[in-house]
Design a protein around this ligand. Structure first.
Ligand code: UFG
Length: 329
């Protein structure tokens, strides 16, 4: 009996596959390689290059493999792009998930853990954010992820499928082995952009806005290491396989760091001055996003191991220094 990881060649997917394979689980990976990398897939996983919107390809896979449960990362995930090309997000994220669920129902596969996001909350009413707080996305990406959660809920009622939605806060860092890490093109996330400066790939970074209602005026985020996220997926899948009910969990460290603090920490880690300019605000950025992950800790027994930002950035730095062009170097 195998675990199917869709989008298993992407950033968080590849780290989850790595942890599953190292734990001795039987893993099947499917990815269309549009943003993922074949080289990031653990050598023990069986690989299928397919798009989840391709029902025939999914049927072939479900017929060839005996799948116990699915972990679903296959989605588009850039907030800015989702505002410029919303229909791409409806197509990849919602239509893709719809085809996947149709195939799962047809083949009698009834357990799924999938990537949701802090973007389902939009501008939070309070922090730390609880899973029961208001969800009012401010971008198409968050909207499609919230709709995916709702789709699962209705399909669950009709067909008995059980699901866990994991709402990540700011995923970051790289595998401690240094073998896999973050590689986006274009890169939009703060930590990899900061590290491009000591890596000689940009002269400086721009901090988007310093007039937010936070102590130093820059946005505050909750940074969670990708290996900790990977462990949460495994715990969530085992929770479902052991009879757990449908559930939604936030995944964060519960500590917020401002953009200035992240830059300061990266300066300490790299020993580089990392020049930073202040620019205008980026549209749609909430001032402060911090998770309450008490529920994941209590119900799943999740314990993040990389609570310290310096350690998180050190793992990212080890990866980016050794792979300045991602998997192409
Ligand atoms: N930032 C800069 N300069 C940069 C890049 C980012 O100042 O060059 C700032 C952003 O404005 C923001 C913070 O750094 O204040 C973090 O930005 P990221 O782009 O790294 O991450 P986000 O918080 O925007 O996005 C993350 C996930 C999304 C998810 C979102 C939820 O990457 O998938 O949280 O709001 F949707």
């Amino acid at each position: 009996m195998a675990i199917l990881v869709l989008g298993g060649a992407g950033y968080i997917g590849s780290h989850t596959v790595w942890e599953l394979c190292e734990a001795g689980r039987d893993v099947v990976v499917a990815d269309n390689l549009q943003t993922g990398f074949r080289a990031s897939v653990h050598p023990k996983a069986r690989f299928y290059q397919l798009d989840i919107r391709d029902r025939e390809a999914l049927d072939v896979l479900f017929q060839a493999e005996k799948i116990d449960g699915v972990i679903h990362f296959a989605a588009s995930s850039q907030v800015g792009e989702s505002m410029q090309d919303p229909l791409k997000y409806y197509d990849n994220n919602l239509h893709g998930t719809m085809v996947l669920l149709q195939a799962m129902v047809a083949h009698g596969v009834g357990r799924i853990v999938f990537s949701s996001t802090a973007a389902t909350y939009g501008e939070p009413e309070r922090v730390p954010i609880l899973e029961t707080d208001r969800t009012l996305p401010t971008n198409t990406y968050g909207e499609t992820k919230l709709s995916m959660e709702r789709m699962m809920s209705w399909v669950s009622r009709a067909h008995g499928l059980r699901y866990v939605a994991l709402r990540y806060f700011n995923a970051c860092g790289a595998h401690p082995s240094g073998l896999i890490g973050e590689a986006h093109d274009p890169e939009t996330h703060l930590i990899p952009i900061i590290l491009q400066v000591p890596n000689g790939q940009r002269p400086a970074l721009t901090i988007f806005g310093d007039d937010y209602p936070t102590p130093d005026g820059t946005c505050i985020r909750d940074y969670i290491h990708v290996t900790d996220l990977a462990q949460a997926h495994i715990l969530a899948l085992d929770y479902l396989l052991n009879g757990g009910e449908n559930n939604v969990f936030n995944l964060g460290n519960g500590v917020g760091f401002s953009n200035r603090e992240v830059v300061e920490t990266a300066r300490r880690v790299t020993g580089h001055p990392i020049p930073a300019k202040i620019g205008p605000r980026r549209a749609g950025d909430p001032a402060r996003l911090v998770a309450s992950s008490e529920k994941a800790r209590t119900v799943l027994g999740w314990e993040p191991k990389y609570a310290d930002l310096e350690t998180i950035i050190s793992t990212a730095w080890a990866w980016h220094k050794a792979h300045p062009n991602g998997y192409e170097s």
